[in-house]
Design a protein around this ligand. Structure first.
Ligand code: GRF
Length: 212
């Protein structure tokens, strides 16, 4: 049985997508830094093991990271999944989980790292936007890319409509990436790229706006 620890801070819709994907041979554990995270209630209701490591209870970032690691390592995880986890993790923490720590970011990285990615996309006037699952490295929102999904930006979009379109894709690609990892199909190459073993060809293009 593989063990996957999911870290959340709020709504937890990506965690929910992972739970609902019902990945075979996989035990999920949910850890939150926010005691009142909406996603925790769902996880408890689904009978998953949960834990809270409240960052406010620790005098420093390093002390919080250490406590979080302890709560995670109790479950001997094969993979640690950041799913809307809103704390920056220190280098020591990241190195401890290097190669088994993934994140989902709501943009087509490397464009629009950081916060307010949908506002950034609208301000830039891009016609295609999306989301990225990547391995985590000490630098924020970078690291080897596992999978991306693209959506068109439509005339009249605002942050909410665009976020909803992207989020629907997040819920598809995150379970897929986790499944690939657990199947041992993700190979980290020397050039920092990720190779998917048995990769299938994808449709040739996405053009937006599509026009005639
Ligand atoms: C998602 O948009 C994710 O890409 C970002 O934070 C948001 C979390 O949403 N990292 P949820 O908590 O999974 O609903």
């Amino acid at each position: 049985m593989k063990s996957v620890v999911i870290l959340i801070s709020g709504r937890g819709s990506n965690m929910r997508a992972l739970v609902e994907a019902d990945l075979p041979g996989c035990k999920l554990v949910v850890v939150s830094n926010q005691p009142d995270a909406e996603g925790l209630a769902y996880a408890r209701q689904r009978g998953l093991a949960t834990a809270v490591v409240n960052h406010r209870d620790y005098p420093s970032r390093a002390a919080f990271d250490a406590a979080l690691s302890e709560a995670i390592d109790m479950h001997q995880p094969d993979l640690v999944v950041l799913a809307g986890f809103m704390r920056i993790l220190g280098e020591q923490f990241v190195r401890h989980y290097q190669g088994r720590l993934v994140n989902i970011h709501p943009s087509l990285l490397p464009v629009f790292p950081g916060l307010h990615t949908h506002a950034q996309a609208l301000a830039a006037g891009v016609k295609v936007h999306g989301c990225t699952v990547h391995f985590v490295t000490p630098a924020l929102d970078s690291g080897p890319i596992v999978i991306q999904a693209a959506v068109p930006v439509q005339a009249g979009d605002d942050e909410d409509t665009l976020a909803a379109r992207v989020l629907a894709q997040e819920h598809i690609i995150y379970p897929r990436a986790v499944q690939w990892f657990l199947e041992g199909r993700l190979q980290l190459m020397e050039d920092g790229h990720v190779l998917l073993v048995g990769e299938q060809p994808v449709p040739a293009r996405l053009i937006a706006p599509a026009g005639e």
